[in-house]
Design a protein around this ligand. Structure first.
Ligand code: AMP
Length: 211
């Protein structure tokens, strides 16, 4: 099974992709996570993309496509995968068909921009284990400290409010056109991203199984 999750930054793609990957036993591939890993490891590629990512702009297609092509060759992708954050523009969407052929379904998680700004700018993640929190909707027991491992919580640089607004603008300009691209192929599934996490997951699973 090959799935793509589309949605603006903060729509809950990462959260839902992890849950769907467990349920369908397919790999979860987040190009944002793959790029952040390169930055953390301080590789040449990481140094090249750090400033672009921190400003909320898109990394050049060749770099992301190369990282993605390498990732889908790994063993855990044999049963399929769910792409989270790729494709991000029309040229990546067209190129993806050349790399992996047709995908089964493309799921659009739909959330209004105003809700997104509040959601993302309150997001905090554990610097060690990656566990995610929200200052208002899912706070840790002790402020700024991870419940799971006791490490410090940090805000992703690109989650700062002004950067979020910039990322939303870029999303509407460059990512929105791929919605039409997949809709015309008849494989687009649109779901609301407002509600409880588990409620949205159940709805997504039901929609995918019925589709
Ligand atoms: P994400 O975690 O999906 O929100 O991605 C974080 C950042 O990584 C984005 O703002 C981009 O700078 C970069 N990025 C992730 N995926 C892509 C992609 N498919 N094309 C270009 N840049 C990407």
């Amino acid at each position: 099974m090959k799935l793509i999750l589309i949605g603006c930054p903060g729509a809950g793609k990462g959260t839902q992709a992890k849950k769907l990957s467990k349920y369908f036993n397919i790999a979860h591939i987040s190009t944002g996570d793959l790029l952040r890993e390169q930055i953390k490891l301080e590789t040449e590629l990481g140094k090249e993309v750090a400033d672009i990512m921190h400003s909320g702009h898109l990394v050049p297609d060749e770099i992301v496509t190369k990282i993605l092509s390498e990732r889908i060759e790994r063993d855990d992708c044999k049963n399929g995968y769910i792409l989270d954050g790729y494709p991000r523009n029309l040229s990546q969407a067209e190129g993806l068909t050349d790399i992996i052929g047709e995908v089964d379904k493309v799921v659009l998680i739909d959330v209004d921009d105003k809700i997104i700004v509040e959601r993302i700018s309150g997001r905090r993640g554990c610097s060690k284990c990656g566990q995610m929190y929200h200052v208002k909707y899912n706070p840790p027991k002790a402020e700024g400290i991870c419940d799971e491992c006791g490490s410090k919580l940090v805000q992703r640089k690109d989650d700062a409010e002004e950067t979020v607004k910039n990322r939303l603008r870029i999303y509407h300009e460059t990512t929105s056109p791929i919605i039409n691209y997949y809709d015309e192929k008849g494989i687009l599934l649109k779901v609301s991203g407002i509600g409880g996490i588990d409620e949205i997951t159940s709805y997504l699973i039901k929609s995918l199984e019925e589709a």
